[in-house]
Ligand binder design. Sequence first.
Ligand SMILES: Cc1cc2nc3c(=O)[nH]c(=O)nc-3n(C[C@H](O)[C@H](O)[C@H](O)COP(=O)(O)OP(=O)(O)OC[C@H]3O[C@@H](n4cnc5c(N)ncnc54)[C@H](O)[C@@H]3O)c2cc1C
Length: 471
Amino acid sequence: MAKLVWFRHDLRTLDNPMLNYACRSGQPVYGCYLITAQQWQRQNHSPLRNQYVLNRLSALRQELADCHIPLIIKSCDDYDGCLYELEQLCMQLAIDEVVMGAEYGLWERQRDEKIHAALATQSIPMTRFTSQVLVAPGEVTTAQGQPYRVFTPFSKAWKAQLSLHELSPLAAPKQHPQNTKIDEGLSDAQLTRFAGGESCWPVTQEQVLNHLNLFVKQKVSHYQQWRDFPSEPATSRLSVALAHGVFSTAQALHLLQQSYPEQYLDPKTGPGCWLNELIWREFYIQLLAQFDTISQGLAFKSETRAIQWEQNPAALTAWQQGKTGIPIVDAGMRQLNEIGWMHNRVRMICASFLCKNLWLDWREGEKYFMSKLIDGHLASNNGGWQWSASTGTDAAPYFRVFNPISQSQKFDPQGDYIRHWVNELASLSAAQIHDPDNTVRQKVNYPQPLVDLKQSRKQAIARFAAQTKRD
Ligand SMILES: Cc1cc2nc3c(=O)[nH]c(=O)nc-3n(C[C@H](O)[C@H](O)[C@H](O)COP(=O)(O)OP(=O)(O)OC[C@H]3O[C@@H](n4cnc5c(N)ncnc54)[C@H](O)[C@@H]3O)c2cc1C
């Protein structure tokens, strides 16, 4: 008999509780990954994200081969097809247990329940571990046993129970007894062909961990000071690797703890501030796990569900293409369109502009981001959008509307970020670039602002206030 480890959002061999558990059994261990292309499409996953996953799978296959564990990669259209593939594998490989990391979206939970029930009829247990987050959803609750809806108390409670968790990362399995040669499904050549090219983000575990190490050793001390400045290389850019579980929260935290024992829990320091961002990720994942409305696309605050957002396809297209006439917004959207990643401060500015100034539905923005982001992840993307739209838990209060021009002057004072992404404005001075006057706009062929910022801000606040009063 043998164990089957089903990889999903935990594409790593280090600190992998599923692999560790399966290998401790002493039985042969097989890994598998199921590509569900139609499901990815339905969930608006971006081509760059898919390319990253496919590239990462080739690397993971090699990393597992070093431990003598084969990775079988199969393709099935959607989640319904997963059961068939797993049943086939269980039969062919004489599997007596399927092991996996928990997933938290509603559709993923429903898929897993179905598979669990079906495998149970064949006496094959399905064992789930916590691998995407350090603290499993439901483990940190309020005194009343309810999930936290506000970040600050959640993060305090999260930190308070850190001592209960083992932070030293689990080692990769030692060379496991050699498995007999089996059909590994899609070949590396097929994966490369489907991926359509090499990802320019680090894909091997070694590259990612080197990147993490360098960031923690050389940059995290200045993180708090520079993280909001999009032209500075001050943030880790590890969101892609975290979204696919190439390393775990525990691995990052362990490194922080070892390197900055006095600082890592203090949010006023660089290391502590960075840890807070990792906790935001955990916060949004626990919300996803505990509130089905997130997967269902409903506003978290029920009183905001009746808001009548405007339908304005032309404005939506201008925003998507980075042609709104607001330089910082256009720079962000063009960065997103070009490299599939956007700086966090600019994500907030672009999201706020869509919802509060253009009064367009946050779900349009969420969908578009997902279709472009290489680090697209339902929990964080939805969390970021609902925060910006003031419809989410612990969201920005509705009357706090970002002014994109003053945000730009504050966080991109020399205009370097704008200059890099908006070609037409590359020759403008720092004084002109944040909000060029009409003559300059005409001269460089840059559009007029799509909306009046002051007026649209006032209107958004009035609309929110009216909605809140009505309820
Ligand atoms: C509208 C909007 C949409 C977003 N969509 C996503 C998304 O789809 N996927 C995603 O990973 N992040 C998303 N974020 C959060 C954040 O913008 C990115 O995680 C961050 O920009 C990634 O850059 P980094 O790796 O350099 O982050 P760092 O500043 O180095 O932070 C370290 C890690 O902490 C996590 N993190 C940081 N900020 C946040 C946050 N606000 N919420 C949740 N986790 C955070 C990320 O995993 C990140 O890699 C979104 C934010 C907004 C405002």
